[in-house]
Design a protein around this ligand. Structure first.
Ligand SMILES: Nc1nc2c(ncn2[C@@H]2O[C@H](COP(=O)(O)OP(=O)(O)OP(=O)(O)O)[C@@H](O)[C@H]2O)c(=O)[nH]1
Ligand SMILES: [Mg+2]
Length: 609
């Protein structure tokens, strides 16, 4: 009456549960297209339960891993060679901190499936492939400065407990099993002491603590501790592999902002919670709800008051080193600066944050010279200081080229207030064009105060420049930095009781592959996942819910037959014609015997064991 859905040898995706709980597993999203309905008349049958194979539940980690990998290989024969690639990739790309290598070396042993996703990503299209390989060629410092991928997993809820009060002089003390604790949530927190995402190069996995199991004497398990993932202000967090139109999960702008990334699972209820007037000694408890998990991509757009921009070697880093305590790399070759540097300038008891953006080239808006990577950091600067190299043969041409790139990248950028620093006036020849440049800039609508001749090396004119930048900032309306996306930014845990109704479900069938039926519905799937199949009463309760929700009736109407497989969430069940409670109990016992797991409680427990 009850059997496993299949051994590893005859395992096939179609007969397997389509709901693997692992992040991104294709089984999680693969849906069998509904076939035409076939009515088989009225069958007097009910669902017998099967707690056998499910990719996401009950089985050992090894089993889960094997079955996932196998399913993947069947679905995509090309990926069967994945292990070879893993080794080759690890050997060839053994570069420290390489993303692929780090995923492969996941301490949880998730290597196979993760490797497959990399393979699949590569297949997306040639544009993605080009971008991917272009990024891989970047120095690790640049690649990891403002982009990262992390895995977050909220804590699972703790198991509920089945226990009875046993005390001298208290006969039949009643149920006393406590509830499991709730799992901890994962939050993202904007931390002003951070200014890059490079920390995520070494640590990718973030897991909150699970809730503790409930105990006897009505003791509830403790809740799992929340986990904070610290990110720099200006970080945008998206679900990896999310469709383009999907809103980002979070955009943290202000320091201290805190948003939810993954909610912990609810603790399972203990048997004391199931006591009713008709059943005052219930022998069932729930397992805890699984905490949500996800792979997320992080993108940083630096938050600074003033952005220093200009062509390579104009003296931007030198200027930053003079007006703040920052120690950026300075050298007389272009692209000395590869990632933006932040510096805090303290003047007249006021602090102003300056960002030294790496040099921009013509074509930067199309990505030339890493233009995309650099230009996006100007978006959150409120004022721009444009450094012109006074020793350049064509300072006006340099200036115009940068303005065009800013406009092409984002027209809002040229609306930002700009202060000009005509640099290197200590060099004898630098004065050749200064008057011409000034005339040109004033002609462009800049105020006289906005054009400063400076020497970053000697410090000449730097104070005036900083004072002017500060004054321009002060003239701007006092506005808190705002989001640039329509991110969800959930700041509270979602309500534990969802609005989903148990009778809100849909049935699809896959009769060509071993006659499988899929029942999909948020509430019924969660109910199945939280049922503890070790207790007969829990199984009985599940059957009653299937009946009252109308699932049995609908399946019968669709023509389900004896022995067909029914998949609800991560659980597989088998139809049986046996209608009585006795038949269900016999099936449950048989399943326990076959699996060798001792059953908890019995038909008549605790009165007669
Ligand atoms: N004489 C003189 N040299 C300067 C001045 N400012 C910068 N330099 C020199 O110009 C060269 C480039 O300076 P950086 O500050 O690295 O220029 P940058 O704009 O940050 O360059 P990238 O980071 O490559 O975009 C260095 O050799 C500096 O010493 C200045 O005011 N006078
Ligand atoms: Mg520099």
């Amino acid at each position: 009456m009850v059997r496993l859905a299949g051994t590893l040898a005859d395992y096939s995706p179609a007969s397997c549960s389509p709901r693997c709980s692992r992040a991104g597993c294709p089984l999680g999203s693969k849906r069998t297209p509904p076939l035409s309905e076939r009515s088989r008349g009225n069958h007097a049958i009910h669902i017998g339960h099967n707690v056998g194979h499910s990719c996401g539940n009950n089985e050992s980690r090894l089993w889960k891993q094997l079955s996932c990998s196998r399913a993947i290989n069947r679905l995509h024969p090309a990926s069967i060679a994945a292990p070879e690639r893993t080794e080759a990739a690890t050997a060839a790309e053994g570069e420290e901190g390489d993303w692929d290598t780090e995923w492969i070396n996941d301490e949880t042993g998730d290597s196979q499936a993760v490797e497959w996703f990399v393979e699949e990503d590569n297949k997306k299209d040639s544009t993605d492939q080009d971008e991917h390989s272009a990024r891989k060629r970047l120095p690790a410092e640049v690649r990891c400065f403002d982009n990262a991928q992390i895995y977050v997993k909220a804590g699972d809820g703790g198991k509920g407990c089945v226990a009875f009060r046993r005390e001298k002089h208290v006969p039949r003390g009643g149920p006393a099993g406590g509830n499991g604790g709730n799992g901890g949530a994962v939050w993202a927190v904007a931390d002003a002491s951070l200014n890059s995402l490079t920390t995520f190069r070494k640590k990718l996995h973030y897991r909150a603590t699970p809730g503790a199991a409930g105990g006897g004497s009505n003791m509830h398990g403790s809740n799992g501790a929340d986990l904070d993932v610290h990110v720099p202000p200006g970080t945008i967090i998206r679900r990896r592999d999310a469709p383009e139109h999907e809103k980002p999960l979070a955009e943290l702008v202000a320091a201290g902002a805190r948003v939810l990334l993954a909610a912990g699972g609810r603790g399972g209820r203990g048997n004391a919670s199931f006591k009713t007037g008709r059943n005052n000694a219930p022998t069932l408890a729930e397992v805890g709800e699984e905490g949500t998990e996800l792979w997320a991509t992080l993108e940083l757009k630096l938050v600074a008051d003033v952005g220093i921009i200009g062509v390579p070697s104009a003296g931007k880093s030198t200027l930053l080193s003079v007006l703040s305590n920052a120690k950026p790399k300075i050298a007389d070759y272009p692209f000395t600066t590869l990632v933006p540097n932040l510096g805090v300038c303290e003047l007249d008891y006021r602090t102003t944050v300056f960002a030294d953006i790496p040099g921009l080239l013509e074509g930067a808006h199309q990505g030339v010279g890493l233009g995309h990577e650099f230009l996006r950091h100007t978006q959150r600067c409120r004022v721009l200081v444009h450094v012109i190299d006074g020793t350049s043969p064509d300072p006006i041409g340099d200036y115009n080229a940068i303005r065009v790139e800013l406009e092409l990248f984002n027209p809002a950028l040229i609306e930002k207030p700009e202060v000009i620093a005509y640099n290197k006036i200590d060099v004898p020849d630098s004065g050749d064009y200064i008057e011409e440049v000034q005339e040109f800039l004033w002609g462009q609508g800049l105020a006289k105060d906005d054009v400063h001749a400076i020497s970053a090396v000697t410090g000449q004119g730097v104070l005036g420049l900083v004072r002017r930048a500060r004054a321009v900032l002060d003239q701007l309306p006092a506005e808190a930095p705002t989001q640039t996306t329509d991110a969800l930014n959930m700041t509270e845990l979602p309500r534990r009781i969802s609005a989903a109704e148990i009778d809100d479900f849909a049935i699809t069938s896959d009769l060509a592959h071993g006659r499988a039926w899929h029942v999909e519905g948020e509430a019924i799937e969660r109910f199945a996942a939280m049922t503890n199949w070790d207790y007969y009463e829990a199984t009985l309760r599940f059957q009653k819910v299937l009946e009252s929700a109308g699932i049995n009736k609908k399946l019968k109407a669709r023509g389900i037959q004896e022995g067909d497989t029914v998949v609800i969430g991560g659980i597989e069940l088998m139809w049986s014609d046996g209608q009585s409670e006795g038949a269900l109990y016999a099936a449950w016992r048989e399943d326990k015997k076959r699996k060798g797991t001792p059953w908890q409680g019995s038909h008549s427990w605790p009165h007669a064991v």
